[in-house]
Design a protein around this ligand. Structure first.
Ligand code: ZN
Length: 739
């Protein structure tokens, strides 16, 4: 049996697990053993949860309820519940062993199958292709007395058919039956909030400060601790589910990578290319970023590495026969190397990455799912789906979940900046903190802060979901959990200030979840810190608010864009006036202004101009509001310059306002605005500027016969045909998709 499994694995890996050439049959977990004791009563929880279903590898939103504690698609559940009630009245107790499966759950079972290290090596469809993911399949307790016989006789009446001849437990519902299950009730109320039943697929620690981001398969991102949300893909259509998340060095952004190689950047994360839209031999499973943040690597399940931006090509295992599929990639601190990690615990070191040990070739209780490196790069941790930790090199062991019962498999590991602790994250969003890693909240259920009170999204008496008060925290609420005693924020998240010659940012810089000022980042040479930002130093050219005459007009001294005082652009004096002493003055009779040289001492009556001219008509000085610009600043300027109010439309007080407004432009607000602009949630899953496929074999789908694995692929293809024919469902099987 082992060679058969290997052949199938090669067919899937070489052909691409998400193309038509890698199809395989679905086999659920082993049915529950017949039990002598009376089975507990079946349980139903009609509270609807949102999740993500898959048909032919494509995702769609799906609504699930819980039957016997298992998530089941809503319509399938209603059909099942009617059937289960009928069976109950015949004295037969139906139970659901496995219902709807999330992507992570199917990926886990598939990993067990291909690596043969869990779930009894049971055959499982590749993730995205099981009818447990489309919501139509249920594995039932056919090992219990009378159950199979009852289903064979009555199942079709309720729309249920057995679709995999070799699996007595696998039944599917595609419509039909009397309808009217207990969860088929019209909504009597509406939800204020929802819990997220979607599976989590990746976690990344924040290099700056204590925090982490958890991503789910649908592209939702939950941020904790030092991280604040920068947007995500929740609710957007994705060609393929998300496989990885990486937080930027600054912790002010992150990347998501999808299994088709699409890269999505948020916050201060840059886009440097992706494999989105290009054919891949195997799905992308991981991502690592260069120290500069100006490039990244993607790794495929076949060990192929794709480098983008300033990420260098240091080699790969793409195209080489592997004992297990690759699951993760981690870069060295220098960015001059990386490690690839396989599900069997194998470690492949490239570039300046040192080999410090591996689990390859040793028996594992469950597949390895993630890797994290120490700050020095002289060690690493591997984590298994069962929460087991394997520490190598200078990586310290700070605890694990190995040997403990988990509600959901662990999907990844993130470390603290010190490397003296780590978080493990399970597919249900649960977080386990070890060493100096503080617990900062989990994505397990939806929680939020309401002032100093934590609230949880939970079903109320009406059956709908509402925010419900959980705990009133003595020292404030952070990310839906209570902050530890004595925790007081020194500043606001993301706030910036000058500290010495550099900029200090407010965030979660130490183990407590409170906001503190971080160590300053020095300004680059020639710049100085001003109002929380590094700027080029400048000198004031004039005294603030002074006005001078220049080129027939006035120029005012105001704050320029660089933060220093400078002369603004000349405002021409209104026609009939001239500038004198910083003010536009009404011209007097030319005969008087340019006195007759003969008249050495002008007549005082003439020198003193007509009062009607020098002191304007009060009607003109206080003009009709309708006729004159109502801007009070403009009026002030008018008064200061002392001209006919009719000039107010020409002497633009707005210029001075604009100059004043220039000051905040150099402050943190403007900086934040720029960052927000750059943070536009750009979906960029096409194009490959500067990137390239590294060390990948050219083998195509099984039937394609690519160069290195062509013969192998052809043989596999034949086998798959034979295999599928043998496993082909009977005539009663619904056509839509493979089980
Ligand atoms: Zn099944």
């Amino acid at each position: 049996m082992k060679p058969t499994r290997l052949w199938l694995l090669l067919a899937v890996s070489a052909g691409g697990a998400f193309t038509s050439c890698g199809q395989s049959a679905d086999v659920g977990p082993a049915p529950q053993a017949p039990s002598a004791v009376v089975a507990p009563l079946s349980t139903v929880d009609c509270a609807e949860q949102a999740s993500t279903g898959y048909v032919h590898g494509e995702s769609f939103p799906i609504t699930v309820v819980r039957v016997d504690g298992k998530p089941v698609e809503l319509d399938t559940a209603n059909a099942y519940l009617v059937m289960a009630q009928a069976a109950e009245s015949d004295g037969v107790q139906l139970r659901i062993v496995s219902g709807f499966r999330t992507y992570a759950q199917q990926a886990y079972l598939y990993g067990c199958y291909v690596n043969c290290n869990c779930n009894n090596c049971n055959l499982a469809a590749s993730p995205g292709y099981s009818n447990h993911q489309s919501g139509h399949a249920l594995d039932l307790n056919t090992g219990a007395p009378g159950v199979l016989a009852w289903l064979n006789t009555h199942g079709a009446t309720y729309g249920f058919t057995r679709t995999v001849p070799s699996e007595s437990w696998h039944w599917e519902w595609w419509g039909g039956g009397p309808g009217g299950g207990v969860c088929d009730q019209p909504a009597q109320c509406s939800d204020d909030c929802r819990t997220d039943a979607d599976d989590r697929v990746a976690v990344s620690g924040a290099p700056a400060g204590f925090g982490y981001a958890i991503a789910n398969a649908s592209g939702g991102v939950s941020s904790f601790g030092a991280l604040v949300p920068h947007g995500d893909l929740a609710g957007q259509w994705l060609a393929q589910p998300i496989a990885g998340v990486v937080v930027t060095q600054s912790a002010l952004g992150y990347w998501l990578v999808a299994r088709d190689g699409g890269v999505f950047n948020f916050g201060d994360a840059g886009f440097f290319g992706s494999m989105g839209g290009q054919p891949l031999n195997a799905p992308v499973v991981g991502m690592a970023v260069t120290p500069s943040g100006q490039g990244y690597w993607l790794v495929g399940a076949d060990g192929g590495v794709f480098a983008f931006g300033d990420a260098g090509d240091h080699g790969s295992v793409g195209g080489q026969p592997l004992n297990a599929s690759m699951v993760a990639l981690a870069a060295t601190p220098s960015g001059q190397g990386y490690w690839l990690v396989g599900a069997d615990g194998g470690v492949f070191a490239f570039g300046d990455a040192g080999f410090h040990g591996a689990m390859g070739g040793q028996a594992l209780n469950s597949p390895v799912v993630g890797v994290a490196t120490t700050p020095s790069g002289q060690g690493y941790w591997l984590v298994g789906a069962d929460g087991g930790i394997f520490a190598f090199g200078d990586a310290g062991f700070h605890g694990s979940m190995g040997g403990q019962a988990l509600n959901a498999p662990v999907i990844g590991i993130a470390t603290t900046p010190s490397g003296q602790g780590y978080w493990l994250v399970a597919s249900d969003g649960g977080v386990f903190a070890f060493g100096d890693a503080p617990f900062l909240g989990s994505a397990l259920v939806s929680r939020r802060c309401d002032g100093a009170t934590t609230q949880v999204c939970a079903p109320g008496d009406d059956g709908c979901y509402h925010w419900q008060v959980e705990t009133t925290c003595a020292d404030g609420c952070r990310n839906g959990v209570c902050a530890p005693a004595g925790c007081v924020d020194a500043c606001s998240q993301g706030e910036e200030r000058c500290d010495g010659g550099g900029v200090s940012e407010c965030g979660q810089v130490d183990a407590d979840p409170c906001r503190d000022w971080g160590p300053p980042s020095p300004c680059e040479a020639g710049k100085t810190c001003l109002a929380g930002a590094c700027v080029t130093p400048c000198e004031d050219a004039c005294g603030e608010a002074t006005v001078r005459c220049e080129a027939g007009g006035t120029s005012t001294c105001a704050v320029a864009a660089d933060g220093c005082l400078a002369w603004t652009a000349v405002v021409p004096c209104p026609s009939g006036t001239h500038c004198d002493g910083g003010a536009c003055l009404q011209a007097v009779d030319p005969d008087v202004v340019e006195p007759d040289p003969d008249v050495v001492e002008p007549d005082p009556d003439t020198v003193e101009p007509d009062p009607d001219t020098v002191e304007p008509d009060p009607d003109a000085v206080e003009p009709d509001p309708d006729a004159v610009e109502p801007d009070p600043d403009a009026a002030v300027v008018d008064a200061a310059i002392g001209v006919d109010s009719g000039a107010s439309e020409e002497v633009d007080g707005g210029d001075i306002e604009a100059a004043d407004a220039a000051r905040p432009d150099i402050g943190p607000e403007a900086d934040g605005a720029e960052r927000d602009g750059a943070a536009a949630d750009t979906e960029l899953d096409t194009g490959t500027n500067g990137g390239g496929q590294v060390g990948r074999s050219d083998s195509g789908c099984a039937a394609g016969g690519g160069a290195p694995l062509g013969t192998l692929g052809g043989a596999t293809f034949l086998f798959v045909l034979l295999y599928r024919r043998r496993r082909s469902p009977g005539a009663t099987a619904p056509a839509p998709t493979a089980p």
